[in-house]
Design a protein around this ligand. Structure first.
Ligand SMILES: CC(C)(COP(=O)(O)OP(=O)(O)OC[C@H]1O[C@@H](n2cnc3c(N)ncnc32)[C@H](O)[C@@H]1OP(=O)(O)O)[C@@H](O)C(=O)NCCC(=O)NCCS
Length: 143
């Protein structure tokens, strides 16, 4: 059962989540539906920082960071379990990333999203820079 109180949710960046729990979250999002257990496990090994939201031992929210810890950090895969959305969990994940002690020297955080509304409320702006994406899938025929 989802909580009715936000206080039931705890946050941690100390331990990596199990790939099996993460895959359950990924499979709720159209952009991550086809991700596999093995790839998620490898991805976690190579990620600089993860931020997890837990209800007991159930992973109910996630976000991750790739960074040099000085100049740049990119935020990826922010996702909240459908049953827990709209209760401030996503906001808390992003704010805890932006204020994380290991990231306090980072000059600029960057992310890629199809849902700018959520991030604009958190202070992100799309006016500063233009993001561009090179997709292996879409460029395969050019190779
Ligand atoms: C987007 C997502 C991470 C937000 O998490 P959440 O816990 O539901 O968000 P919050 O409860 O913290 O909402 C914060 C605010 O953003 C708004 N918001 C939430 N999702 C939004 C969206 N997709 N578009 C625009 N605004 C959104 C909320 O209405 C809320 O506004 P309010 O403070 O004025 O009420 C979550 O809905 C999700 O996992 N969606 C599916 C995966 C996804 O699309 N992720 C996008 C990452 S690129």
């Amino acid at each position: 059962m989802p909580p009715t109180l936000k206080s039931a949710v705890t946050y941690s960046s100390k331990e990596l989540p199990e790939a099996s729990q993460l895959i359950k979250l990924f499979h709720q999002a159209p952009w991550a539906k086809s991700r596999s257990f093995d790839d998620a496990k490898d991805m976690l090994r190579h990620t600089d920082l993860t931020l997890c939201a837990w209800d007991g031992n159930q992973l109910i929210g996630f976000g991750r960071v790739l960074t040099d810890f000085i100049y740049r950090a990119t935020i990826w895969d922010v996702i909240v379990d459908k049953a827990y959305q709209g209760q401030g969990v996503g906001t808390e994940i992003v704010q805890r990333i932006l204020n994380h002690p290991r990231l306090k020297r980072v000059e600029l955080f960057w992310l890629c999203t199809r849902r700018p509304g959520f991030y604009e409320k958190l202070g992100f702006s799309s006016k500063e820079q233009t993001g561009m994406v090179w997709s292996r899938g879409k460029n395969r025929r050019l190779g």
